[in-house]
Design a protein around this ligand. Structure first.
Ligand SMILES: NC(=O)c1ccc[n+]([C@@H]2O[C@H](COP(=O)([O-])OP(=O)(O)OC[C@H]3O[C@@H](n4cnc5c(N)ncnc54)[C@H](O)[C@@H]3O)[C@@H](O)[C@H]2O)c1
Length: 432
């Protein structure tokens, strides 16, 4: 560790040398890091800058950062670590045992969603299941480490405290031309939508190809009720049926309206055929919830032959797991909804292994909740009519997300056209 005291006007200032390695120039990561340092009222000196000789080469930068005091320096290093900035040095990670179930040591290291390593007994050990806003727990013999959500901490768990002996890597840049570029935090609102949909379709095709090659890269769909309201449920159902979705996260609203549309042909009482809303249509979704509660689960409703189409029907038929997380807005709720939100997040975590691409479709709540759980290496597309949602997702730490500001109904329909061919549209006209 290079901790030095500076002299001059700020005689008590402290400095530390940090490193940044990777594709940090073309992804503008270095610029973001330097901006963050200056915005924090600190100063920097670039000690080394090795940019390689081709644009495939990684760059290596050593920066001396100076702050007025240790507290400011610690806070700043935490902020720049989300961009892959690491302290120099080989110091061991500091471990402290948990002394109360569900409570972490005060100075616990708070994780980013980047690939992370901790230094244990002279070796860098990769942290399993990268997830932001967690702690890092080390097993008893000190050879493995994994992220630990606060509520899962148990007395005696050995948790990393402080930032010493912790390293992160910015996500690697994609390998081929036209591939998804990580760390761009792009929002596409004024670009041709056709090209954007093609880019998403190409990413999903690549994910499936990798599956064939033995490398699991599942596709996760995260859905809000607007998917059904805009008439996109049949397109999403076709994507599930044809193997383009390996896990689905949503809430009571999406699931209820998907089933309402499948059984009654309405979404929140509005006929999806375009007909005039019927007088008592507003209660349709409540009647649907009530009936599914009588069946005991959505799968039972499918087995009984009552639910015969729709997104969740296709999930049950294809064995695609779904997690329905609860909220205080929920009517009913459906029996499959997990109303304990910590338990819902745990259930979502169970399905993230092997997920390579996430499609967030018109849900602020569930998109951001899922973004909090995903490693930065998962290629993420957030489709929403409101630019603030996709910006918020990136601001919350999901820097890898590509925001697509558009109507979800048009987007999912176009995606199904590209991936499933035009035949799925014939099923829509048949209706419930
Ligand atoms: N009856 C019910 O029980 C019921 C009904 C609705 C929602 N909920 C629950 O409330 C919680 C929050 O709901 P939510 O996720 O829908 O709300 P949300 O406000 O978190 O997200 C809705 C999103 O849809 C976007 N959107 C709206 N129209 C769109 C369009 N045409 N194209 C693209 N994006 C569009 C909005 O911009 C917004 O981001 C969820 O858990 C949900 O299940 C329950």
């Amino acid at each position: 560790m290079a901790l030095v005291q500076t002299t001059g006007p700020s005689a008590r200032a402290v400095s530390e040398v940090v490193r940044l390695d990777g594709h940090v120039l073309d992804s503008l990561v270095l610029v973001k890091v330097l901006d963050t340092i200056v915005d924090a009222g600190a100063s920097y000196k670039i000690l080394e800058l090795d940019v390689g000789t081709t644009n495939r080469d990684e760059s290596h930068v050593r920066i001396e950062v100076s702050c007025p005091d240790e507290a400011a320096l610690g806070a700043l290093l935490e902020r720049v670590q989300v961009h892959g900035v690491n302290r120099e040095g080989q110091e061991e990670a500091h471990l402290v045992p948990v002394d109360q179930d569900g409570v972490l040591p005060d100075d616990f290291y708070s994780t980013t969603n980047l690939p992370t390593w901790v230094r244990l007994s002279g070796h860098w050990v990769e942290v399993g299941q990268p997830e932001m806003d967690c702690a890092v727990v080390v097993d008893l013999d000190g050879t493995t480490a994994r992220t630990l959500p606060m509520h899962r901490a148990r007395r005696g768990d050995r948790v990393v405290v402080g930032m010493h002996g912790v390293r992160v890597a910015p996500p690697r840049r994609s390998a081929g031309p036209g591939e998804f570029a990580f760390m761009t935090s792009e929002v596409s609102s004024e670009k041709p939508k056709g090209l954007t949909v093609e880019r998403v379709a190409a990413t999903l095709r690549r994910a499936r190809l990798h599956d064939v090659g033995g490398q699991s890269r599942g596709i996760l769909a995260v859905c809000g009720p607007a998917v059904v309201h805009t008439g996109a449920a049949p397109a999403l159902a076709a994507l599930v049926r044809e193997g383009w979705v390996q896990a689905l996260f949503a809430g009571n609203g999406f699931a209820t309206h998907d089933i309402e549309a499948a059984v009654l042909g309405t979404s929140l009482g509005v006929p999806l055929s375009g007909a005039e809303p019927s007088e008592h249509g507003h209660a349709n979704h409540l009647r649907v919830i009530n009936t599914v509660r009588r069946f005991g689960s959505i799968a039972n409703a499918v087995d009984a032959g009552w639910l015969r189409r729709g997104v969740l029907y296709e999930c049950v038929r294809a064995g695609v797991p779904f997690v329905l997380g609860g909220s205080v807005r929920d009517d009913g709720p459906l029996p499959d909804v997990i109303s304990d939100t910590a338990a819902a997040a745990d259930a979502m975590r169970e399905h993230l292994g092997g997920i390579g691409v996430a499609l967030m479709l018109a849900s602020t709540l569930h998109a951001i909740a899922t973004g909090n759980l995903l490693p930065a290496t998962v290629e993420t597309f957030c489709v929403d009519i409101n630019q603030a949602v996709v910006t918020k997702l990136a601001d919350r730490g999901s820097h890898q997300a590509l925001g697509i500001v558009t109507d979800v109904g048009l987007f999912v329909g176009d995606l199904a056209d590209l991936l499933c061919g035009p035949d799925w549209r014939a099923q829509v006209t048949r209706g419930p």
